[in-house]
Design a protein around this ligand. Structure first.
Ligand SMILES: [Zn+2]
Length: 180
């Protein structure tokens, strides 16, 4: 995806400003149904997007599934693996993971969301977070989209806002968090 690496800087700049930093990562089995060339039983497939639409990516236990090296991983408190069900895209960080329980246990009321991709995993994670009752702020300089159709990322941000998410930027957050 274009400029996906550009978000590491803004994310790193934010890491000291939050009590809990959670990273989600795709952790797909090698035969994951989202991958091109993988045969999927349509009766078993769950989810809105069709199967077999993405290049092979983020296969469990391979370097492609690791967190991006430029990210300051020592400041990540918890890593959540997602997308392990071969019969679902697994876009949302909440889908079939312990993320919801973790955030409730830690009494989190607002999430500040960064990452890839705006129009798929970020969008679905944010919409699930809203359904679960969390406040959400999306940091638009710390997300990037695929934009299969031009404008997909902008439309995704609008959809997140309609669901009650706020849109801000890493600079705004850092300004607000720095004591005057
Ligand atoms: Zn994936």
């Amino acid at each position: 995806m274009a400029e996906g690496d550009k978000i590491a800087g803004p994310i790193n700049a934010l890491l000291n400003s939050f009590e809990l930093v959670v990273a989600t990562r795709d952790w797909h089995p090698p035969d994951h149904g989202s991958f091109e060339g993988v045969d999927v039983d349509p009766k078993k497939w769950r989810g809105a997007d069709p199967p077999s639409i993405w290049p092979v990516h983020c296969v469990q236990g391979t370097p492609g599934a690791e967190l991006y090296p430029a990210l300051e991983q020592a400041k990540v408190d918890v890593v959540i693996d997602k997308g392990q069900d071969p019969n679902s895209q697994g876009y949302s960080g909440f889908q079939d993971t312990r993320l919801g329980d973790l955030l409730r246990d830690r009494r989190v009321d607002r999430l500040f969301v960064t990452g890839l991709a705006t129009d798929y995993c970020v969008k679905n994670t944010v919409l699930d977070a809203r359904r679960l009752g969390f406040g959400v702020t999306v940091l638009e300089d710390a997300v990037r989209g695929v934009d299969v159709r031009p404008g997909d990322s902008d439309r995704a941000l609008e959809e997140m806002e309609r669901a009650g998410a706020a849109v801000s930027s890493s600079k705004e957050i850092l300004k607000a968090k720095t004591p005057a």
